[in-house]
Design a protein around this ligand. Sequence first.
Ligand SMILES: [Cu+2]
Length: 294
Amino acid sequence: MNRAYAVMTALICLLFASAGYADQPHPWQLDFQAPATPIMHQIRWFNHYTLVFIVPITLLVLALLVVVALKFRASANPVPSRTSHNTAIEIIWTLGPVLILFFLAIPSFNLLNAQLEIPESDMTVKATATQWQWNYEYEGTPAPVAFDSFMLKETDRAAAGKTDVATYPRLLAVDNEMVVPVGKTVRLLVTAAPSDVIHAFAMPAFGLKIDAVPGRLNETWFNAEKEGLYYGQCSELCGKDHAYMPIAIRVVSEDRYNTWLAQAATDLPGANKALMAAVDAPAGNLAVAANEAK
Ligand SMILES: [Cu+2]
């Protein structure tokens, strides 16, 4: 029994390991995408916690409706009760919901606080939305690093070295990903270009969703826990190509990030190619990484 369980677990791990590197929605997915930041862990926990209240309440209301419809229907109950007050019941149905709301409000405010209170950050990236692409600007770097990020065109796949559709899915992959180091607190400034429209920066695995408004600088943060390639989308209807301005964040080790950043200032395509070669090549490099980790 135990052995069967272990085999099952191993199989499931293998199944997800292949898809796990690029964090994106899966066919028939239930629940959220796998969390990759502390905030998303908290959101996921709060979702499940809320369900503990919602499910019994929904079932209770359904049961009451069924009982009332059957027991008090005109044919079974020709003379209806004329009761208009019942102090005990009124106290219960006032205090009950107050208590329930109290138990929901406390963790809800905690979560809001955690999202809105930006911890001391290690770096700042400004994301600017335009119809219909994103621009990323790294603040406070030795040399300025800023670039546009467009959805990857199918015709550009081969040239970009992004032929693997599992890692670089259609409609989600981009030409230039935002690159950040793992385990670092990234302060994210989000806006839209002047005289553009409202967009929204959303990254489900990070629990991030914030409006990009022209003339307004919104601020949020994330701290990615594991390396990988994460996908999100513009989440505010912004015109005909709203569906075609995805967001891709590549989380890499600090060393690789620093190497990338240094090269990206002068040669972004070269920096991206070098980074991809380092992280995408599976077996060989993983073994090297594992050895380095020891
Ligand atoms: Cu948009």
